[in-house]
Every structure is written in C-alpha cells, then in structure tokens.
Design a protein. Sequence first.
Length: 334
Amino acid sequence: MGLDRLQRDTLVWAGLAVVLAGWDGSVLVLELPAVAQSFGARVADISNLGSIVIFGAVGALPLATLADHFGRRRLIAVGVALFSLVNFATAFAPSLLALAAVRLTASCFENLVLGVVTALVVEEAPTARRGQAVSALALLFGLGQGIPVLIYPLVAPNWRVLFLAGGIGVLAAPLIWRRLPEGRAWQRAHVSGSTMRLLAQSPWRRRVLILAASVMVGTVLGEPAGLFFTVYASQTLHLSPFVISAMIVAAAVCALVGYVAGGYLSDRYGRRILGAGLGAVTAVFTGGGFISGAGALSPVLGLGRSLAVLAAAGVLSAALLLLLPETRGRPLPD
C-alpha cells in the first residue's frame, strides 16, 4: 500500500491499540479451564459467564458515537487505558460473578476501541486499499491474541498472571494520545445531529439491520465455539496447555494467509459475496471441529455435538450478508 506519513503513523499507533485489545480479549478464553477449576465452575456457569461478557459490545455502541463529537484519537487512547485497568483488576476477582462483572466492563471498552480504530483506518486508507487496511488490523489483532497463547504454557494454571500483565496498556495509552494522528476525515466533517438518529434513516437503516441480524445469529455459533474451545480441548480431549497453544498457533498461521488473501480479493471483487462465502465455510469447519470429538460434557448431545449443531446458525449469519448492497470501493453516502 502506498501510504503517506500520516497514514503510516495512523496504522502504527492504531495498530498498537488493536494489539492490546487482542491481548485483552483472548486471555479469558485461553485461561477458561483454569478459571473454571479455580472457582469450581460447571459448563452452565461458564456459559452464563460468556452470555454476560458478550453484552459489553452493546455498551460500546453509544460510547462509540462520542468519537463523532470528540475525535477518534481521544476515544481510542481513553479506551485502551480503561480496558487495560480493568484487565489488571481482573486478576483480583474473588468469584466467578466478580469476574463476569469486570470482563463485561473490559469487553465494552475493547469493542469501543476496535470499532473506532476500524472507522479511523477505513476513513484514512486509500479508497482502493481499504480491504487490505482492515486485513492489516485483523493481523495485528491476531498478533495481540497470539502473545498470551505463547506465554500461557509457561505460567499455567496461574490464570491471574496474564491479566496482571495486560495492565501494560496503561503505559501505552498516553503514547497513543500524543502520537496517533487525528483523522483528517473527522477534522473536515461537522456534527449535524444524533449519530443514532442518522443510522435509523435511509440508506443506513437497512445496512444496520442486516449487519445486526447477521452478528446476532452468528454469535449463536461464534460465542459458544470461541468460549468453549479451550474447555472442550482440556476437559473432553484432555489436551495440555502446551498442546492447546500449539494448535492455536497453527491455526494462526492459516489465518495469516486468509487475512492477506481476503483483503486483496475484497478490494478487487467486492465484500458481500466474499464475506458471505468465507463466513459459511468458517461455520462449517467450526462445527466440524467440535463434532469430531467425544463431546461428553453436555447431558444430551455432548458439548462437542451441541456446538456442532449451531454451525447452521453460522451459515445463516453468512447468508444474511448477501442482502447488503455492494459498494465496490465507492464512497458510502454522507
């Protein structure tokens, strides 16, 4: 990508925020078997924990609208500082309920940062390279997720250590505040009304409703699969933390190729069909990964088979994306 200095600085410092968000968001899933053992939690308790934490994304939506009033840079820096503080506080959670409360708060600020960073990068990236720019963010997010994966086998089962280390984002937040360039698109724009009211109008209303439906249905698959992956591997397949981490690293190598190819192809052939197709393939392989195991944790079908049944929801989530209009790199309506 041919980037000017401001675009490079944006990618570097916004990318740092994404790396930290990736670290923060992956630790709980990675350490879930140790957390469950520490608090004597059952599968149902873990499921309730995941259901609570996911609502953090809902809280991020109204907060993200503040970026239209106060700028992208400030919201990103403040969000990094806040989720890092909450990440540090998670290490001192005395119960599963307290853990759920602090992770709900952290999830809110993580999603705030990821949403505002994505908006900033898309606004500042060259029009013909927006897909590659978003792919770069996905790679950086994966890098952030990968750091705890490499470290955890060395500290397992002491799950509190990685949460303590996640507090390092507090030191990075002032640097992001000072060095992340404010978006030029935001500086040229002016706030003319409520962001939420704007999203409720045409042509945005249809896009928002379709994306919301896709995300909600996809969460039926993605949340259990992501949340229970390490529990399933540990308790059902009896894999060690080292082997689980090795599996995640191997998957990350495949993801690296996918991110690069996805960004390249979406800039040339559009987002809609590619996104729907890849989403459907992901759902099928996610379900297949669980159905191949013993699945003894669920009273009826087994945890593995229960999760595999939800693959249909992932396919439906991907199919909903076909209803979106294709922009093919053209600017969206103001």
